[in-house]
Design a protein around this ligand. Structure first.
Ligand code: HEC
Ligand code: HEC
Length: 498
């Protein structure tokens, strides 16, 4: 833009200068002219062919020289101008991609800046609700080509919480929006050095998850038992406090304990109000009764958020405002309104638990049996000593290989891994990616070097790999994130899986 303006400016100025020169000359000539033109002798041949001609030729040469200098400069600048325009278009695409990322809540699962996260997920085999790990996608373009990423965005990944986003996959986004999302993904990409620097931390995390697996599952079992106990206790709890909402209403509306303000909470009249010493709209009798009622509900109801809200509430017939938790004093009438809502909620939840008690208990027991089986079978576990021979007896390297596998491969090659340890099947049992057990890799890649090369690039759609592998472009490449040594560890591990 700058250079173009300069050239245009020079051209316009030259034309103007030329026009001015002509105008001035003709005016000067008109002033001095006395004789008519046809009687004035014109320049003689010698002047015309020497001085005059030279002058004209010299001006032409000067003009050509200027052009010869300016045009290349203009040309060079033109490329930059185009690049600049493309850059600007990319910027717009990235901004819009960022908008789609926000609007369609990619961050709810993948983290606000794509660093990874999780999604609520009901596990099929157990019926339990768990969280499915969503991978980081601020590095996805290091392992997949743009084309491959486009495929995941358009079609999602069936069988996982990743929805289809493109119209072709039944999603809401057109192909331009998908392209813009991909530009955004390249925009948020972490530097490759970070990717490499993350490896050890990821390996440690995977290994500590393994080390803590027994405790994790024990914790889940404990939670499940508590849920079952709560279901068992629900009928008697409902018997005890099912009438609380009604008793609360009586307290606030009945003659002798009502006030006009408290009865109004139920849109009822109050004909003979009780004494209200602190003038807060609750009778003294109601405030005393409320204290007892709340204490009873809190003591009986199963632990829950509403109970936590009721617990600190206190009513004093001599104080219009009650400070419950050291915070801002709340007017008693407001507090009682809140108490009505929370007690209703507690009783409604108990009602539900009792009405569906058999079904809920049966499902919870199934879940418990699943977890107890997981705790006993420990399908997630590795025997590092048994693995060591494949690593020249080095258990540390065997352990690193396992950490690498769980950090980078298990989410696709180990069934259930993304749903948590309790749901994990044997390492490499096959999930979204094929099973890697039973020496399959040795058949597919007789030479380990070919397998390592496959891990570097991943698969490509329509391109054969190994002896009889048909690539769909679904297996990512790890050449940008893992070292040759780590990839060799992985290949060694995969080849020795029982
Ligand atoms: C409900 C949760 C959820 C939402 C919302 C979601 N994703 Fe995903 N996404 C996942 C999960 C889970 C996976 C991994 C599936 C698996 O385990 O194979 C995934 C996988 C991916 C992958 C493939 C990564 C890989 O290496 O396997 C990409 C790319 C991706 N998501 C991008 C997006 C984008 C962009 C959006 C927003 C338009 C989005 N996701 C919204 C849950 C979600
Ligand atoms: C995003 C899912 C995903 C991840 C992560 C993944 N893979 Fe794969 N892998 C696949 C899929 C899918 C295939 C099948 C090829 C295809 O469909 O393109 C495959 C194929 C393979 C094969 C060839 C299997 C055969 O016998 O044909 C090997 C070996 C392999 N993966 C090893 C690994 C290792 C090691 C890692 C970790 C560094 C890993 N994969 C990470 C999805 C994944």
């Amino acid at each position: 833009m700058g250079m173009g303006a300069v050239v245009l400016g020079i051209a316009v100025l030259s034309v103007l200068a030329w026009a001015a020169y002509l105008a001035a000359r003709s005016r000067v000539r008109r002033r001095i002219e006395k004789a008519p033109l046809n009687q004035t002798p014109y320049l003689d041949d010698r002047t015309l062919e020497n001085v005059r001609l030279n002058r004209v030729l010299f001006s032409a040469l000067a003009a050509s020289t200027i052009l010869a200098i300016l045009l290349p400069v203009y040309y060079l600048n033109e490329q930059g101008r185009q690049e600049h325009a493309t850059e600007r278009l990319d910027e717009i695409a990235a901004e819009r991609g960022h908008e789609w990322y926000q609007e369609f809540k990619c961050g709810d699962c993948h983290g606000p800046s794509g660093g990874g996260g999780g999604a609520d997920y009901v596990e099929d085999r157990s019926g339990l609700t768990t969280s499915w790990a969503a991978p980081s996608i601020d590095d996805v373009l290091y392992r997949y080509s743009e084309e491959e990423v486009r495929f995941w965005l358009v079609y999602g990944r069936p069988g996982t919480p990743m929805p289809a986003w493109g119209t072709d996959g039944g999603g809401p986004l057109n192909s331009q929006q998908i392209d813009e999302l991909i530009v955004h993904l390249s925009e948020i990409a972490v530097p490759q050095a970070d990717l490499v620097a993350q490896v050890d931390a990821r390996v440690d995390l995977a290994l500590s998850r393994l080390a803590g697996a027994d405790d994790t599952v024990a914790g889940l079992i404990e939670r499940q038992r508590a849920e079952i106990a709560a279901l068992e206790a629900a009928p008697s709890q409902l018997d005890a406090i099912g009438g609380a909402p009604g008793r609360l209403e009586t307290l606030l509306t009945a003659d002798g304990t009502c006030t006009e303000a408290s009865a109004l909470l139920y849109l009822a009249p109050c004909e003979s109000p009780g004494a209200d010493t602190d003038g807060d709209g609750l009778s003294d009798a109601a405030e005393v009764g409320l204290g007892a009622l709340l204490a009873e509900v809190v003591a009986t109801a199963p632990a829950s958020d509403p109970v936590l809200i009721l617990e600190p509430m206190a009513f004093d017939p001599a104080a219009a405002y009650t400070t419950d938790d050291g915070g801002t004093p709340v007017p008693d009438l407001d507090q009682v309104e809140r108490a009505i809502a929370e007690i209703d909620l507690i009783v409604r939840n108990l009602d539900l638990a009792v009405a569906n008690n058999e079904k809920l208990t049966a499902a919870a027991l199934d879940g418990l049996a699943f977890l107890e089986d997981a705790a006993a079978a420990r399908r997630w576990s590795f025997d590092f000593h048994a693995l060591a021979p494949a690593f020249d007896g080095d258990t540390d390297r065997a352990q690193r290989a396992v950490g690498l596998f769980n950090a980078y491969c298990a989410r696709c090659h180990t069934a259930g891994y993304s749903a948590g340890v309790a749901f994990t099947m044997e390492a490499g049992s096959g999930a979204f990616g094929p099973s890697l057990r039973g020496g399959r890799s040795v058949v597919q890649f007789p030479d380990i070097a070919d397998q390592v090369a496959f891990l570097v690039d991943g698969s490509e759609n329509g391109v054969q790999y190994g002896v009889n592998g048909v690539g769909r472009g679904w297996m990512p490449g790890f050449g940008s994130s893992l070292s040759q040594d780590d990839l060799e560890l992985l290949a060694t591990l995969v080849r020795s899986l029982p």
